[in-house]
Design a protein around this ligand. Structure first.
Ligand SMILES: Nc1ncnc2c1ncn2[C@@H]1O[C@H](COP(=O)(O)OP(=O)(O)OP(=O)(O)O)[C@@H](O)[C@H]1O
Length: 233
């Protein structure tokens, strides 16, 4: 059974068909990448799944439950965590306190232990007492992931997680994500094709608000329509 099952999703902005009839499934424990040209609808689709953007048509089921009408905070409680863009990190709080806020939101009983565990999972224990704003860009991205993991999600959605990371940090990120599955299912929007092909088990390609193709990295690489629309031949 799918962990997440979306059917017939539609989201138009005025006359613009940002998401135009999308079916989308996530298998439990998989690493799934969402790719496509700029403006294809990736962020909008993730907004629909996480509840930041209401769907105009279609249904979303998560773990067998219809979550289509649930607001974002209720979906977090169902186990869907969206690692927010960097703006969600509070720069004047310590690394530890940023994660502790997320842990508290998840209602964990032992705040310190749960916060320490989330920091350890991304390898940021040594930075616990530093102001988040003083961390390197790469470490701030890891902090966002720790904040997402602190919510103990079943599904972690990462929006362009390797953007701005150094090559060494990208290797660390891949190791981190591989260590999350199968306990956590991971959906990532990613523009770095090397990361996508190396990390994802399945890939969905969006184009003009529709699913252009779906498959394994090898299948997607060989797909003529994908090459024409996105991979550049
Ligand atoms: N709130 C909004 N109001 C109006 N148009 C929007 C809104 N959000 C997105 N769009 C439009 O919907 C289309 C899809 O945008 P979306 O951000 O989902 O694409 P994307 O695939 O994530 O692109 P990118 O890779 O550039 O981030 C674009 O044409 C965008 O301009």
């Amino acid at each position: 059974m799918s962990l997440l099952e979306a059917r017939g999703l539609v989201r138009h902005f005025g006359g613009l068909r940002a998401i135009d009839g999308v079916d989308f499934d996530l298998a439990p424990g998989e690493i799934h990448a969402l790719i496509g040209p700029n403006g294809a609808g990736k962020s909008t689709l993730v907004g629909l799944l996480s509840g930041r953007i209401p769907a105009q048509e279609g249904t979303i089921r998560f773990d067998g439950r219809d979550i289509t009408r649930l607001p974002a905070h209720a979906r977090v409680r169902c186990g869907i965590a969206y690692a927010f863009q960097i703006t969600s990190v509070f720069p004047r709080l310590t690394t530890f306190d940023n994660v502790a806020l997320a842990v508290q939101r998840a209602g964990a009983r032992n705040l310190a232990a749960a916060t320490g565990a989330a920091l350890a999972r991304v390898g940021l224990e040594a930075e616990a007492d530093r102001m988040a704003g003083a961390l390197s860009y790469g470490h701030q991205r890891l902090l966002e992931i720790a904040m997402g993991l602190a919510l103990e999600p079943r599904l972690l959605i990462l929006d362009e997680p390797t953007q701005g990371l150094a090559a060494g940090e990208i290797e660390g990120f891949k190791t981190l994500v591989r260590g999350l599955v199968p306990r956590v299912t991971v959906l990532l929007i990613e523009h770095n094709m090397e990361v996508v092909m190396d990390l994802a088990e399945r890939i969905t390609v969006l184009n003009n608000g529709r699913v252009l193709a779906q498959g394994t990295p090898a299948g997607i690489r060989a797909d003529r329509a994908v090459q024409a629309a996105y991979l550049g031949g």
